[in-house]
Design a protein around this ligand. Structure first.
Ligand SMILES: C[S@@+](CC[C@H](N)C(=O)[O-])C[C@H]1O[C@@H](n2cnc3c(N)ncnc32)[C@H](O)[C@@H]1O
Length: 291
């Protein structure tokens, strides 16, 4: 069994780039639109001047609380536009828009996982893939484009509607949508005896659960239970991706998987976006496990 430490970076995505980062912000290009967004880990000095950032940017998100804030537009730009990722199984198209939580509709660093998903899916004759905390579905689109039967779980219905748009724009069909708490769904699948060849999960620090009076997702209280329940619903040969943006160290993720899953290959590391050769922005941690 192999165990490796890596940096996971998207490759060859011409429609997205991190132009610069520093002073707690990042300057990014999404097709025709350039944005400035807060980035707590960009503690260094940027490569370009503030004037250059504002000459390039169409809009900036300024935080007014811990998560919320608002967009200020400097130049005319669309409210809604598209970019595509050129995967080896065709274009994955994302519908982008400015949201109230600084997001645009895609986590670009996740593109580092999409080709891995495509390769893994192709190992199996009739692959079934489960994407938990699935947001606008980059991983779901990659798995579906590679031929998997995909179940996409997110607790917010509006996010599922947004992913359906992305599926249609990517000329894909038949993703199974589930509006549900991820942990509850996995536990129910275990009871039903349903299994998957691939599971992808991106659990936030805290989350929202549909339904009144239902227990809210809290990473520190429920991650172990989620990993242990997931181990019950994977096939003997499987792949798993666990991403987190909540500051859990790579070694912690690796230990969690190794103590719950049978021995497997693992690769663990930071999810990276870079501008130039010096400024490497570590946006989150990622663990891949496969057998
Ligand atoms: C960090 S985002 C995932 C981003 C995703 N990796 C991607 O690349 O698009 C977290 C997602 O988890 C969803 N979520 C929050 N609490 C949840 C819960 N209890 N069960 C299922 N989904 C939840 C949110 O609606 C959000 O879409």
């Amino acid at each position: 069994m192999k165990s490796a430490w890596e940096r996971f970076e998207p490759n060859g995505w011409r429609e997205y780039s991190l132009i610069d980062s520093g002073n707690g912000r990042k300057l990014e290009r999404w097709g025709e639109v350039v944005t400035i967004r807060p980035e707590i880990t960009a503690i260094w000095s940027p490569g370009l001047s503030d004037k250059e950032w504002h000459q390039l940017a169409n809009a900036e998100f300024v935080q007014d609380g811990s998560r919320s804030g608002k967009w200020t537009r400097f130049k005319k730009c669309p409210d809604h536009w598209q970019i595509s990722y050129p995967s080896s199984k065709g274009k994955l198209t994302f519908n982008l828009r400015f949201t109230q939580f600084k997001h645009i509709g895609v986590f670009p660093e996740q593109a580092a996982n999409w080709e891995f998903i495509i390769d893994q899916v192709q190992r199996f004759p009739n692959p079934r893939v489960l994407n938990l905390f699935a947001y606008t579905g980059g991983a779901s689109l990659a798995a579906r484009a590679a031929g998997a039967e995909v179940t996409h779980v997110d607790s917010i219905r509006a996010v599922i509607d947004w992913t359906r748009e992305n599926m249609e724009s990517s000329r894909l069909t038949d993703i199974r949508w589930v509006v549900e708490d991820a942990l509850r769904f996995v536990q129910r699948e275990a009871k039903r005896g349903n299994t998957y060849h691939g599971v992808i999960m991106d659990p936030p620090s805290w989350g929202i659960s549909p339904g009144k009076g239902k227990k809210k997702w809290k990473l520190e209280d429920q991650l172990v239970e989620l990993i242990e329940s997931t181990a019950e619903i994977v096939e003997k040969e499987y792949f798993l991706i666990l991403n987190t943006y909540s500051g859990l160290a790579n070694s912690t993720l690796e230990t969690l998987i190794k103590t719950s899953f049978p021995p497997s290959n693992t690769a663990c590391g930071d999810l990276i976006l870079h501008s130039g050769s010096m400024r490497k922005l570590a946006t989150g941690s990622c663990l891949r496990s496969w057998k």
